[in-house]
Design a binder for this molecule. Structure first.
Ligand SMILES: Nc1ncnc2c1ncn2[C@@H]1O[C@H](COP(=O)(O)OP(=O)(O)OP(=O)(O)O)[C@@H](O)[C@H]1O
Ligand SMILES: [Mg+2]
Length: 260
């Protein structure tokens, strides 16, 4: 059977989330890794609960399920926010929440929570594995399933524009009984990966690093990613105002809200 045949078959296979390998987050490590969204006793999880409510409402209204998280500048907090937001969403979701690491050059999500993954998204894109169950990891005590990646140092654009990438997205989209799928992406200006990936998703969330990302960068990014809809903005490391003392703010409609 050819590679294409194999992946086409897998895209119709329903993932049995409860049969996936389980990762048990270490509470001390969670603190060290800033992975707080799962732990209600950590006061830093609270702003994520506020974010999840606003975000789920706006995604539901527009029927956006596959949502990328990106930023104009590097180190804006995309991975930190996507992990914690996914964890927070997974605490109240009726159905599994998926989090996919598509920042192939960084591959930071697994590392950020102390997880060592044998296989990941990069293996699917390379054609070395052909089913979601080979790379999905269930986070114990939650409805969160993560798809980590191994680091790829070149040709990432080829990987995210090939047939296997289409199959990956189709496989994820076709899973029944699952609600939101978040994708941790590279910065939009780093290379063309983000643009190529977003062509296949429903929308994106823009992370704005308060004080670092400037108005021009945001406008250029909105223009570059057009016509993919921006589902909202997260103003990270923001002090003073909505979600203030922990440094996150959320704008459900457009960036204008903050910068006009
Ligand atoms: N609001 C925040 N409060 C505390 N720490 C934060 C916050 N936002 C980000 N960080 C920390 O800042 C560092 C950079 O964040 P992160 O790796 O999530 O950025 P990124 O946008 O994914 O970067 P890259 O572009 O390299 O992928 C991490 O150590 C993260 O834990
Ligand atoms: Mg990152």
């Amino acid at each position: 059977m050819s590679q294409t045949d194999t992946t086409q078959m897998s895209s119709q296979t329903q993932l049995q989330v409860e049969e996936l390998p389980v990762f048990v987050p270490d509470l001390d490590a969670m603190h060290e890794y800033q992975f707080v969204g799962l732990n209600n006793r950590d006061s830093r999880s609270r702003p994520f609960h506020l974010l999840r409510t606003t975000l789920s409402k706006s995604l539901k209204e527009k029927n956006y399920r596959l949502v990328g998280i990106t930023s104009a500048t590097p180190a804006a907090g995309k991975s930190f926010l996507s992990m914690n937001l996914a964890a927070s969403l997974a605490q109240v979701a009726d159905d599994p929440i998926f989090l996919v690491d598509l920042d192939l050059r960084r591959a930071s999500l697994a590392k950020d929570i102390g997880l060592v993954a044998d296989r990941g998204v990069s293996d699917f894109l390379n054609g070395d594995v052909s089913d979601l169950s080979s790379m999905g990891i269930r986070i114990e005590g939650s409805k969160l399933t993560m798809f980590p990646t191994k680091r790829v140092s070149n040709n990432t654009a080829e990987l995210v524009s090939g047939k296997n990438f289409d199959n990956l997205i189709e496989s994820l989209r076709n899973q029944t009984g699952q609600s939101i799928i978040l994708f941790d992406l590279p910065p939009a200006f780093a290379n063309d990966d983000t643009m190529l990936i977003l062509e296949k998703l429903d929308s994106y969330i823009m992370v704005v690093d308060s004080g670092k990302t400037n108005r021009r960068q945001v406008q250029e990014m909105l223009a570059m990613l057009n016509p993919v809809p921006c589902a909202g903005t997260i103003l990270n490391r923001y002090r003073g105002g909505f979600g203030d003392s922990y440094g996150y703010g959320y704008g459900a409609s457009s960036y204008k809200k903050y910068y006009d």
